[in-house]
Design a protein around this ligand. Sequence first.
Ligand SMILES: Nc1ncnc2c1ncn2[C@@H]1O[C@H](COP(=O)(O)OP(=O)(O)OP(=O)(O)O)[C@@H](O)[C@H]1O
Length: 450
Amino acid sequence: MSHEVSQEPIATETDVPTDSDEDVMIEVDGLKTYYEDGGLLGWTPVKAVDGVTFDIHRGETLGLVGESGCGKTTLGRTLLQLEDATAGEVRFDGVDITDLEGDELHEWRRNAQMVFQDPESSLNDRMTIGEIVREPLDVHEWETPQARRQRVKELLDTVGLQREHYYRYPHQFSGGQRQRISIARTLALEPDFVVLDEPVSALDVSVQAEIINLLEDLQTEFGLTYLFIAHDLSVVRHLCDRVAVMYLGNVMEIGPTEELFTDPANPYTHALLSAIPEPDPTVERDRITLHGTPPNPRYPPAGCPFSTRCPARIRPAEYRDLDDELWNRLNTLRDLLSERKRADRSVRDRIRAAVGKDTRFGTVEDTYDELFGDQEVPARVQSVLDEIATHARDHDESEAIAVFNEAFGSVCDDEPPAYHDMSDGGHQSHCHRHTDEYRSPDAVLENRHG
Ligand SMILES: Nc1ncnc2c1ncn2[C@@H]1O[C@H](COP(=O)(O)OP(=O)(O)OP(=O)(O)O)[C@@H](O)[C@H]1O
């Protein structure tokens, strides 16, 4: 874990309207979690969570969605102090738990628990169901051993299992039943807050609804607050009161579920929602095709995290009307140049480059041919491309990128966007397009649906 603090968080404390309502249970403020897995001095950490600020309200279910690897699990684990925060605060009822240690942390953990995705691997097959569910009670020396046994039996009732299951082993149960066992264990110490990390993704569709219903019933019965991490947006829409959309370690948009699904504000949310299959084939819907893949979380863009793939990225005035496909190809060229700049080129590559031979990135001519061979490139773009090519041939990627940014760059590439309020209901989005200076993302996306 790194304690390096790099670029500014996407919004500063002063940008964010503080929710002073009494119903705020958890306040997350400028939270960062970096993984220093290389362990080498100067090694660039993975910025799994990179400066997020939001609240969780008492008794609500907050959904957390986003593509694989965007940092959802890391965020959930950091809220429970299962990962150390690199920077920022997580305040539970006003207490910053990132500062807790030893007995205080142990005691606090009773309040907050996690249900994991895969009930196959999260239960110890050598322990009986009774031992598994009782373990947190034993660890926290809860009352007497007899009272613990009684409590476990009650918990088995609560989650729809039978008391006789106490002496059985996990392998004797189906996936859905195993998830019920995990949930019983999670509830043992009567937590207030539960992180549900894809709790139904590994289950058969027929069983998913049963577990979702159980989670809803338990929430009502025990007044639980949930952070629900999920890929399946239809489940999120059904279950969650509010939704936070994550991309590359940042929360891009947060708001009431229906508002966010019917009137998304952020270009990334538009893209994520447009990937949901339309159940009614007769309904025509615009789809947004995202080009490229998310950037490496060790090297996030300096400006908006989504800038390298955003179909609504602000363009300099003289290129506003450029063909969208050509614009996408230009963005791909910038990604290639950045990757080439970063690459630790092998000795062989360096020698080949020095004697003017191809490297594993291919020649500049090949790359240009692949990207622009079938495009009509206006002369004003071609002259910039020619200048970039000169630097790229000299292996001066920094200068090539500087020329690129000078011509095609915008505020999206340079500055992290601030939070913007989309409604009075706490709907917020981070996008430079929300400022008066630019057209809203909606207006731009209407023209650019691929
Ligand atoms: N222990 C670790 N050490 C180093 N990098 C890690 C570690 N755990 C996660 N990462 C990296 O951090 C980033 C965020 O991972 P995380 O698992 O939080 O994402 P996620 O959104 O939950 O993904 P998924 O939906 O696939 O579970 C990824 O790039 C991942 O490879």
